[in-house]
Design a protein around this ligand. Structure first.
Ligand code: G3H
Length: 540
């Protein structure tokens, strides 16, 4: 049974284990512009941790530092720096041989690894991610960089040749697009940001990077490495309120690619601010409301295990989280009983405590908004079926299972992004299928069952509604070599190690009629290695 969360869950500062104390305050004042680390002297934004300490009037969020609150003037300075690095595609970075760009990124990755401990600790304090998941986020990002380098080598090898078609000789390569604005989400501030930033950079695009609102300080240990490993202006950072600093960038019309992972509402505002929409490429990872469907022959223990992971890893704050569970009426009572028991066994605590799964929530006012979802569902006939579910202490909330959730309740359609598990039962499979086709989102689904024929009959319609059907397992992004995307309001563009290299580039080619004069010119260029594009150099 879920016990209400005791006030003692939050430690006094001196009770935080030595190894996990942050050297506070982390007052970040550096920002990177045009290859220089500049010092900010203007307004700042305090950073409140989701981790609280006991205070005179209850749990109080720890103040762990601050970061610059910049203005449009600084936005325009980073824009100028990135545009100079691009220099209409003639800058040293966009014209650099691929092999050299790879060396720069590899050098950065080596410097980044030196900062693992500090970045992991800041992830835990800034967004409340538990130690195991914070370490996983860091290590997965390093692997992503390594795999990106391998994928680029492979891509370049395939492009290091000529093709001859219909009497025309051609060489086709992928060329960078221009200045990229990268903005990642708070739930995977490092990993998801770098799954766009690294491919954008390595393909020759200069980048302006704005960290998410939550999860800013963890990037500070990387600023010197960015400065040292890349030519001036290739990577620039900007901090502050999105409306103030991002709007002028978009309105300038000089952003060529918007790589944004967040809500479709914000993505729409940003895109609309750009005066030349056809020149703007958007790479977007947006909202999702992934359902699970539990068929009557499903292995319920397995389904419960995967649904708990799917709905509650990092407190349900994943775009791929299971956010609505449909269970066949014949097994619904048993499923709910097992689900309640599994949820009651989860440990709630501070991110450094061994085995902890439920941790403090970083968004301001989040427990209040989650409570509103519960109240709305209860008013419309659902109830919290796990005793103690939904109890709140400061920034912590125990997971709540709500049943039966139905059309008209906010939880039926809205993305809760927190530890709430809405459950509905069905007698006809048409009910969850209708739910999926009516949904605004189209990322993934989890199907639990054992009859191959029944599953096959569901896979075919579902792959035309969503982008990934997970059999007997939770929804997830990985492995990172698999395509990650969504239909409807869930995404634009596809990300994976190799797809990301494509989305930040466009195919360009050199072509010539096949005659001896042209053959001679091409031969001379290639032998004397006077072009970086027209080249048969092979990267080992
Ligand atoms: O928040 C969305 C993430 O891309 C989810 O990644 O499925 O590996 O947790 P994950």
């Amino acid at each position: 049974m879920n016990e209400p969360i005791p006030a003692s869950i939050f430690p006094a500062p001196e009770a935080v284990p030595e190894a996990w104390r942050l050297a506070v305050p982390v007052d970040q004042r550096s920002w990177l512009c045009g290859g220089e680390l500049r010092t900010w002297t203007g307004l700042t934004q305090p950073v409140l941790s989701p981790i609280c300490h006991p205070g005179p009037s209850g749990a109080e969020r720890a103040v762990i530092g601050s970061y610059p609150l910049m203005s449009a003037a600084e936005s325009l300075q980073v824009l100028e720096a990135a545009s100079r690095a691009w220099d209409q595609g003639r800058g040293p970075w966009p014209t650099m041989p691929v092999e050299e760009r790879i060396h720069h990124v590899a050098a950065f990755s080596a410097r980044m690894q030196e900062q693992r401990g500090e970045i992991v600790k800041r992830l835990m304090w800034e967004i409340g991610k538990n130690q195991v998941d914070a370490e996983k986020e860091f290590d997965r990002t390093i692997e992503y960089i390594r795999d990106t380098i391998s994928a680029l080598k492979e891509l370049d090898r395939l492009s290091s040749r000529f093709v001859i078609e219909e009497g025309v000789i051609g060489q086709i390569r992928r060329s960078p697009l221009g200045v990229v604005l990268c903005m990642g989400p708070f739930n995977y501030p490092l990993n998801e940001t770098f799954t766009t930033l690294i491919p954008a950079l390595i393909m020759g695009n200069p980048v302006i990077f704005k960290p998410p609102k939550l999860g800013v300080l963890l990037f500070e240990p990387l600023l010197a490495a960015f400065r040292d490993c890349f030519p001036p202006g290739v990577i620039n950072t900007i901090y502050g309120d999105g409306a103030t600093i991002i709007t002028p960038l978009m309105e300038s019309g000089r952003i060529d690619v918007l790589a944004f992972i967040g809500t479709s509402r914000v993505a729409d505002i940003l895109r609309r601010a750009h005066p030349k929409p056809h020149r703007l490429r958007c790479v977007l990872g947006l909202d999702a409301k992934n359902p699970a469907i539990i068929l009557k022959d499903a292995d319920l223990d397995l389904a419960v295990k995967e649904c708990v992971l799917g709905a509650l890893s990092f407190n349900g704050q994943r775009c791929t989280a299971l956010k609505m569970i449909w269970v066949h009426a014949e097994v619904c009572d048993l499923f709910l009983e097992k689900l309640s028991a599994a949820v009651a066994a989860l440990k709630c605590g501070m991110p450094w405590e061994p085995g902890v799964q439920i941790t403090p929530l970083p968004e301001e006012g989040k427990t209040g908004r989650l409570y509103e979802y519960i109240r709305d569902a209860e008013e419309r006939g659902a109830r919290v079926i796990n005793p103690g579910g939904g109890s709140v202490q400061g920034t912590c909330m125990t997971p709540a299972i709500l049943y039966p959730v139905s059309a008209g309740m906010r939880l039926y359609t809205e993305e809760q992004f927190g530890p709430l598990i809405p459950v509905a039962s069905f007698s006809e499979i048409g009910e969850p299928l209708h739910y999926i086709s009516e949904s605004s989102y189209g990322q993934q689904v989890s199907l639990f069952g054992n009859d191959a024929k029944v599953l096959a009959g569901l896979i075919d319609p579902l792959v035309n509604q969503l982008c990934r059907v997970n059999l007997n397992s939770q929804c997830q992004r990985g492995p990172d070599s698999f395509p990650f995307t969504g239909r409807k309001d869930s995404a634009e563009g596809t990300l994976s190690v190799s797809d990301a290299l494509r989305v930040f580039t466009i195919r360009a080619l050199v072509a010539a009629k096949e005659n001896s004069a042209n053959q001679g010119i091409i031969r001379e260029i290639v032998t004397e290695r006077t072009s970086r594009f027209l080249s048969t150099d092979f990267i080992f």
